[in-house]
Design a protein around this ligand. Sequence first.
Ligand code: GLU
Length: 313
Amino acid sequence: MAAFDRGAVSALLDRLVAEGRAAAASGRPADYIPALAAADPLAVGAALCLGSGEILESGESRRRFTIQSVSKVLALAYVLETRGEEAVFSRVGKEPTGDPFNSIIRLETSDTRKPYNPLINAGAIVVSGLEPGSSGAERCAGLAAFVREAIGGRTPAIDEEVYRSESGTASRNRAIAWFLDNLGLLGGGVDEVLDAYFRQCAILLDATELARVGALFALDGLVPGSGCRLVSVRHARIVKGLMITCGLYDGSGEFCSAAGLPAKSGVGGGILASALGRMGIGAYGPALDERGNSLAGIRILTRLSEELGLFEF
Ligand code: GLU
């Protein structure tokens, strides 16, 4: 597809959402956070955001879902802007692990004694500890204000039921946080940092808003539409580098070879992706594969990248 033909791209999105729905049949929503299990596995949507801020969308693109691990890239960009690189990367690395997102094992076995990267739970909890504020609510409110600027206008709400459901069942994340505290890596009390982390995971966005965030990174930190700078070029590149190497858990290499795009998934079923200088993409489908990635989202992004030639290398 040479020139950008809006009608053709809209028709393509409709086709890909239908393909995504078919792909979703072999998975199911996450249930280790009990409130996530109720999601409709066949609710699938997708949206693109161009540099102008224009949105093209299809399917359940306005259905809100909790962003879960997608919050890790937002929190990372926010903390890089507010606290700086040294504060972040003295406490967390930039390397992929190949382990599941909630693995604890390398905290004890690695020589560096810090989480491998900010997109696994251990690294993200360290980043939440660097969010300005003291209580979890205060830290998350600062992040929500940053997200409002990224998506232009609306302050995102939190899904209280999902937040409470995760907070009440999070023994593994609590174990990780206590271990991080023992290593001296938490910038606050264990309970308040975890509370900030659970709240940020329960932020509600839809696929069009994920696409806006993707476009912000595609524009190296400029807000699509307004052109205001929210994230420095350097920080936007760091975030994208981590997305491409670590954004889809232990499926990051496979996704990168198939779609060639920096992206971040969450167990709520959302995936955001960023095509340099061209567009941001948001995809939603809560049925997950065994690694925790949205089956519909992977299908939509992979096919869209093939059809529109979005590969970045
Ligand atoms: N809140 C989830 C957790 O920490 C996020 C996981 C994810 O989306 O990868 O388990």
